[in-house]
Design a protein around this ligand. Structure first.
Ligand code: G6P
Length: 622
């Protein structure tokens, strides 16, 4: 949700900024811009559209322009046009700002500045920050209210004063025309990382824009700022208290975020799932000794053995993984579990009694609603665990303990490998809790052995990609689809429908198969695709009944069934098979054909799969 980048070094800044923006483009792609400091003047170029549109209007890079900012936007305040695109300059032209986040009191601040004679040109909240900094910079030492501590840099002071007035969230990169060798970064609620290499600094919303330059990075915390100059950098709070921070290693490599031979990141990530799950479970499942080792939460497992209730909170695809988790914790470990949308949980005055543990699930670790739900749960005294992919992200830091997915970076906006890894972690946790709660140790042993086989079984399913493409092709003109499953495969139906909606823009509904007859069955017309998950399990016969109801109304049945099941063939217009697995482990298999179906449908419809309209990878606003 908006990507920001800033560069200071000896190299020509413009190509580095553009390369960084391309790496961050999955965060937002409705407008883009750069600001360069050129002989004491800030030059801004910006446009609506993608980075490619920005490149088309840029001047030739100049070797003396070694300091600059870049931004790729996902609009919140103000339509995505050239004026609202970032960077934003202040009214004096001395300050330029790129911003990721939302300034909640922008309208009050705007009115106040306007009363002070400041003019605005855009509809954005960000321009308020630029003008506030510009205002304090201009008025510095002009009166008692704007007195700067002796010896402090005027630009640095103006940024601090402005941020002290601001309520909301920000990741900021800021330039000042009078400071040719300096930029400032500041963070509250939105991610911000400074990459540090020999005489060169690159600030970015995430490590993808940094890794090409260096693996050494400084992760800023909330209410901190970093002041970067040609001589080095220092960190402070926005209240001017020095903070000592150490450099950390960025954990992934450039190769992991490049497409390689794949056409899209989404397809690459779908195909990476066997490897991602192997890494996720590596060293954690121990089939020889029937044990699961989850180092990150080890200290909490003993207490969790006696908990009364689990609440899982998440958004989007992570929420669907949470729904699978609800089945796992209830069925395997007999713990009462509820899964709640983080955006609802945070505002519903949740009841957190003694003995409640909250689990937050998030690929990015930055989703604003999930982060707020974590804070809410902590305030009410719950132990909060995180299941997060991005190491060092805000949710990973805010939770008491957690388990990283280790699924590798996920770039495609539609989440795929994070989902299966989230379910794998939830499964490992549920198995370990079932063993410790003495629900059934034989079952735990069986599940551990079966879990170890899941990556190979996913590889088998991936071989059907071309077959699934032909099914998508045959139904590509249908504008309404149903996804139906029962039991633990019901959340998979929800996820299948979400995938199709997000990237193909086809209307789809996910439902528990038996609920269809209470309303949605009215939608079924001749040729309408209904995707059923009808794998082997206790509800198999029931779902056959639901399939018949669709066929009787001339719907087209696309059935995901267990390999070797010949009985189902007469019920299927199209059949996709998955290897057999215990029912509770099936979601990691049954979701794969649905991911591929959505992918192929989107490509066949000519959509930009990795950058679907109106969506962003990480939603750092409410
Ligand atoms: C966005 C993404 C989804 C993702 C959701 C939650 O909407 O487009 O793919 O599932 O956010 O993200 P998180 O990073 O918290 O898992």
């Amino acid at each position: 949700m908006c990507g920001i980048v800033a560069y200071l070094g000896q190299k020509t800044a413009q190509p580095i900024l553009i390369e960084g923006l391309k790496r961050l483009e999955y965060r937002g792609y409705d407008s883009a811009g750069v600001a360069l400091l050129s002989n004491g003047v800030i030059k801004i170029k910006k446009t609506s559209g993608r980075i490619a549109a920005l490149e088309a209007i840029l001047d030739k890079p100049q070797a003396n322009e070694t300091l600059g900012l870049g931004h790729t936007r996902w609009a919140t305040h103000g339509v995505p046009n050239q004026i609202n695109a970032h960077p934003h300059a202040d009214y004096t032209g001395k300050i330029a700002v790129v911003h990721n986040g939302i300034i909640e009191n922008y309208s009050t601040l705007k009115t106040w500045l306007q009363n002070e004679g400041v003019t605005f040109v855009s509809d954005t909240d960000t321009e308020v920050i630029a003008n506030l900094i510009g205002y304090f910079y201009e008025k510095c030492d002009a009166g008692e209210r704007t007195r700067k501590p002796q010896g402090q840099n005027r630009f640095e002071w103006a940024v601090q004063r402005a941020l002290q007035e601001v309520h909301g969230t920000y990741g900021l990169g800021i330039l000042c025309a009078d400071c040719p060798d300096m930029f400032i970064g500041a963070k509250k609620g939105s991610p911000l990382i400074l990459g540090v290499s020999e005489g060169e600094y690159i600030l970015a919303s995430d490590a993808a824009a940094i890794i090409e330059h260096t693996a050494k990075a400084l992760y800023l915390s909330d209410n901190e700022m970093v002041i970067v100059t040609a001589d080095g950098f220092h960190t402070k709070t926005i209240d001017n208290i020095a903070v000592t921070k150490s450099l950390e290693n960025i954990e992934f490599s450039l190769e992991q975020i490049e497409l390689g031979s794949f056409k899209h990141h989404m397809l690459k990530e779908i195909f990476e799932q066997p490897k991602a799950l192997t890494t996720c479970m590596g060293g954690r499942i121990d089939p020889q000794n029937d044990r699961i080792h989850l180092g990150g939460v080890n200290d909490y497992l003993r207490a969790m053995t006696h908990i009364k209730r689990l609440i899982i909170t998440a958004c989007g695809t992570a929420f669907h993984a949470g729904l699978v988790g609800e089945f796992l914790f209830e069925q395997m470990a007999r713990i009462i579990t509820e899964t709640e949308y983080a955006s609802e949980f945070r505002y519903r005055n949740p009841i957190i009694e003694d003995g409640t543990t909250v689990i937050a699930i998030s690929q990015s670790g930055e989703t604003a609603d999930t982060l707020a739900a974590v804070e809410q749960a902590k305030e009410r005294g719950a132990t909060v665990l995180g299941i997060v992919n991005v190491v060092g992200s805000s949710i990973a830091r805010a939770t008491d303990a957690g388990v990283y997915l280790h699924a590798g970076p996920e770039i495609g906006v539609a989440s795929t490998k994070a989902f299966t890894a989230q379910v794998a972690v939830l499964t490992m946790l549920a198995i370990e809790l079932s063993r410790r709660r003495l629900v059934s140790s034989d079952e735990a042993t069986r599940y551990i052995k079966e879990l170890a086989k899941i990556p190979d079984k996913i590889s088998q399913i991936l071989k059907q990609s071309e077959h699934i493409r032909t099914i998508a092709q045959a139904n590509i003109n249908q504008n309404n689809w149903l996804f139906l499953g029962r039991g633990i495969n019901y959340p998979v139906a929800l996820e299948g429908a979400l995938k199709l909606k997000e990237i193909s823009y086809i209307h789809a509904e996910g439902l528990p198969a038996a609920e269809m007859k209470h309303g949605p069955i009215a939608l079924i017309v001749d040729g309408m695709p209904a995707v059923f998950i009808a794998t082997n399990g206790p509800q198999y016969d029931k779902i056959i009944g639901n399939i018949c109801e669709v066929r009787a109304r001339k719907g087209k049945t696309i059935i995901v069934a267990t390999e070797g099941n010949d009985h189902i063939k007469p019920y299927a217009d199209y059949l996709i098979t998955v290897p057999d697995a215990p029912e509770l482990l099936q979601p990691m298999l049954t979701v794969i054909p649905l991911q591929l179906m959505a992918y192929h449908a989107a490509v066949l419809r000519g959509h930009d799969v990795d950058k679907p309209r109106n969506l962003a990878k990480s939603v750092t606003v409410e």
